[in-house]
Design a protein around this ligand. Structure first.
Ligand SMILES: CC(C)(COP(=O)(O)OP(=O)(O)OC[C@H]1O[C@@H](n2cnc3c(N)ncnc32)[C@H](O)[C@@H]1OP(=O)(O)O)[C@@H](O)C(=O)NCCC(=O)NCCS
Length: 165
């Protein structure tokens, strides 16, 4: 499967929102939680236009996943990283992540910060990110802790640990 990374446009906002919802739902969270996350999972036209949002597209220009960077200066955050569930495990996440790291470096960042869904922490670690702590929020009246990971973007540091070699 030939995958290309392209800058997302305003026309993609609805498709990106669908992917974010279906990817998050894949982990089996209660529909009530998905509803509470609705704003976070909605990619508006304004968001696409104001942020660095990149999509992975196949040969037919179908969007399979996307990521977004936020922040400025030396510390950027990976705001979104979603792959459509039917494409999980096919290497789309790796291609997106490598691109995000390269893009963050181009933007002059020294560090890329990731607040991960607990189910995705292993993916980021596989990509070379290091867990440095956790962030705790309240969700539905209960504390919910998310792993906090970092990628250090020194010029000598390769963007990801490529496995399988
Ligand atoms: C996490 C996610 C982005 C990974 O994307 P993907 O396209 O399935 O990942 P890839 O196929 O590129 O996998 C790359 C490597 O990471 C590993 N990996 C993928 N998902 C993993 C996970 N959840 N836990 C541990 N390792 C994982 C793969 O096995 C592969 O390892 P390899 O180098 O040995 O082959 C995707 O599963 C997803 O969108 N999940 C739901 C939404 C979500 O939680 N997003 C993150 C929000 S913080």
């Amino acid at each position: 499967m030939a995958i290309e990374i392209v800058r997302a446009t305003r026309e993609n906002a609805v498709r990106l929102t669908q992917i974010a919802h279906s990817a998050k739902s894949f982990w089996g969270y209660p529909s009530r939680w998905i509803e509470l996350w609705r704003d976070q999972l909605t990619i508006s036209v304004a968001y696409v236009e104001r942020n660095e949002v990149y999509a992975a597209v196949d040969e037919d220009a179908v969007i399979l996943g996307f990521y977004a960077l936020s922040g400025s200066g030396e510390r950027l955050s990976l705001d979104h990283m979603w792959v459509q569930p039917s494409s999980f495990g096919a290497g789309v996440g790796r291609i997106l992540f490598d691109h995000a790291v390269d893009r963050a470096r181009e933007m002059g960042a020294a560090v890329l910060e990731i607040e991960s869904d607990p189910h995705a922490e292993g993916f980021y670690q596989r990509m070379g990110a290091e867990t440095i702590g956790e962030v705790t929020y309240e969700l539905d009246g209960q504390p919910r802790s998310l792993p906090l990971l970092l990628v250090t973007l020194t010029p000598d540091n390769p963007p990801a640990q490529h496995g399988g070699e």
